[in-house]
Design a protein around this ligand. Sequence first.
Ligand code: MTE
Ligand code: CO
Length: 450
Amino acid sequence: MDRSNEAPDGGARARTGAQPSSTGRRAFLKTGLKTGLGVAGAAVAGGMAGRAGATPMTAGAEADPATLPPNVPWWNQYLGDGVAAHPYGSPSPYEAHVVRRNVEWLTATTESSVNFTPIQDLYGFVTPNGLCFERHHGGTAEVNPVDFRLMINGLVDTPKVFTIEDILRFPSVSRFHFLECAANTGMEWRGAQLNGVQYTHGMIHCVQYTGVPLRVILDQVGVKPNGTWLMAEGGDSAGMHRSVPIEKALDDAILAYAMNGEMLRPENGYPLRLVLPGWEGNMWVKWIRRIEVGDKPWHTREETSKYTDLLENGKARFFTWEMDAKSVITGPCPEKPVLHKGINQIKGLAWSGRGRIKEVHVSTDGGRNWMQARLADPVLPKCLTCFNAEFEWNGEEVLLQSRTVDETGYVQPTMQALQEVRGVNSIYHNNSIQTWLVNKTGEVENVRLG
Ligand code: MTE
Ligand code: CO
């Protein structure tokens, strides 16, 4: 894996001495950061090559004795930054390794590409806006909201054009939903490929969307009785199009303008995107500029040559909208080795495009025996659910797996079971059980069983 895209791991770890003044402290922060990067970089190259953010926050770093009790550390002795210093806040410099990453060989250009959410470094089920993976086929469109328009035409009584101000005047809803790219885990169909959960499972994010239910906007134009399909069109250079059945539009689809309490980020579709809870990310058209109502699907590029699954018999599955139930352990994982013998925590994420997660089971012996994991509240429909469980590590090799069951009773399959039905030609919709091998040193590897 090419590592040139990786943000330096570790941030400022090696710090020494009390700081004489706030300016001195800042100057030190700068050099401290540089030194820290060098030290962390060397550590990564030595032990964990090819893994994103491979070490925990403090691993390998020596604490500065001058800062430890009963001493009063330097940050306790000087005034800190004032309230005007950070009009828009950002994470601690010690968290500089928690970033989106991309894999250079996956796509030819960064404009038509993808980066990955660092799920191994996140807590709870909400993804911070700046860490939501991005997938765009023609780069981020820079839309000035003043010039933004959404046009609705086709089989409607009154075609209309809406400004963003118009959209903001309708009654809003706020809901938490995951968005998973259909290609998430797509590189893993034929064998274990990428050694990091960020890369194998990081084409997912989960935020609280605020917007207007699509049905409210459709009421404004009056869908004709034969209007059974919508075509959603993006306003970026890729001009993405997807056909959406009217039932979904009238059920839980949202035209969202905000994520996690603030307006959408440009890369996620500012100022307006389509949210189709539980359905494949490709259909969540960003920078949406037009909705056409019709009486049949359009069979656009994104639902024929792409986002279809070629089966062994030469036929292809298409319109595979719902994301099947899936789970993954996000610690331990290749980026988070097991550091202690004795009791360790397993943590992970589970989700289903069909509703709520009912159960998660974890195995430490490659799926022979399973135990029930705890689900963390809240367990919301079509939303990430966190789970955790204990496991005791005595320094032996362990094969960690998780398996989820959703409220429809659907059980996450093994890769063998999935391949029996789907063959080996697919890229999209790989929701199979992931195996992590914890080896005797505590390092963790992506492996395929059987
Ligand atoms: N919408 C437009 N207009 N252009 C795009 O390239 N990419 C799609 C979808 N909507 C895309 C788009 C794909 S493949 C995915 S997975 C999601 O947006 C990614 O959303 P995100 O960038 O907010 O993570
Ligand atoms: Co996608």
